[in-house]
Design a protein around this ligand. Structure first.
Ligand code: CO
Length: 214
């Protein structure tokens, strides 16, 4: 971990040069290939948290994962930034595996368990409060606060997987016969391991109790 008070940008640029040299030595074709095109196999929607870097924690390389990150790995229905990434990833890059990866100890989820606050981040966190409200009975039954926090992290991921499955991009792709899977994962800051929540969706389906009629 870096702990530097001054000249941070010089240190990063220096590290970039070292990294570039190392990569060229290990795989002389890498940059030539990546400069031509990208063919990532995964679309990642993750938290902006600095401790959850997608490539490092999955042992992948530049070119492997198409990435969108925001606070608490949210799929907000009107977020054109996220929707454009999903559209481009699915339709232009032909990606068949979408991963929503949350993490235990998520500050965004923690904030949703506390008092209301203002500013853009306060509004953003409202979406997570809604997840808590949808599942208030289950959450209320968990006495231990850490366990309740962990469970809200998981429920939030499952909810965002569900949101993705309702996007026009995914619905259209499935209607055309594309075999796209949307997975829900949670990363642990404690041991660096990812848990598959088993909430994968691979088709459009109506929900019991949902008001959707199509
Ligand atoms: Co987070």
């Amino acid at each position: 971990m870096l702990n530097i008070k001054a000249d941070l940008h010089r240190i990063l640029l220096g590290r970039n040069q070292e990294w570039s040299e190392r990569m060229k030595k290990e795989n002389p074709e890498l940059f030539t290939e990546l400069a031509q095109h990208q063919k990532p196999f995964f679309l990642w929607i993750g938290c902006a948290d600095s401790r959850v870097p997608p490539n490092q924690i999955t042992g992948t390389m530049p070119g492997d994962i198409f990435i969108h990150r925001n606070i608490a790995n949210m799929v907000v229905h009107t977020d054109m930034n996220m929707l454009s990434v999903v559209d481009y990833g699915v339709n232009a890059l032909g990606i068949d595996h979408v991963i929503v990866c949350g993490h235990y100890g998520c500050g965004g989820v923690k904030a949703a368990m506390g008092a209301e606050f203002g500013g853009p981040s306060g509004s953003w966190v409202r979406h997570i409060r809604d997840v808590g409200r949808f599942h208030h009975e289950e959450l209320r039954s968990i006495a231990d606060e850490t366990e309740r926090f962990d469970r809200l992290v998981e429920l939030n991921v499952a909810e965002q997987v569900y949101h993705l499955s309702r996007t026009a991009v995914l619905r259209d792709a499935w209607a055309k016969g594309r075999k796209i899977q949307v997975h829900g994962w949670v990363y642990s800051l404690n041991d660096g391991l990812i848990k598959d929540l088993g909430v994968t969706r691979d088709k459009y389906e109506n929900e019991v109790g949902a008001v959707d009629v199509d």
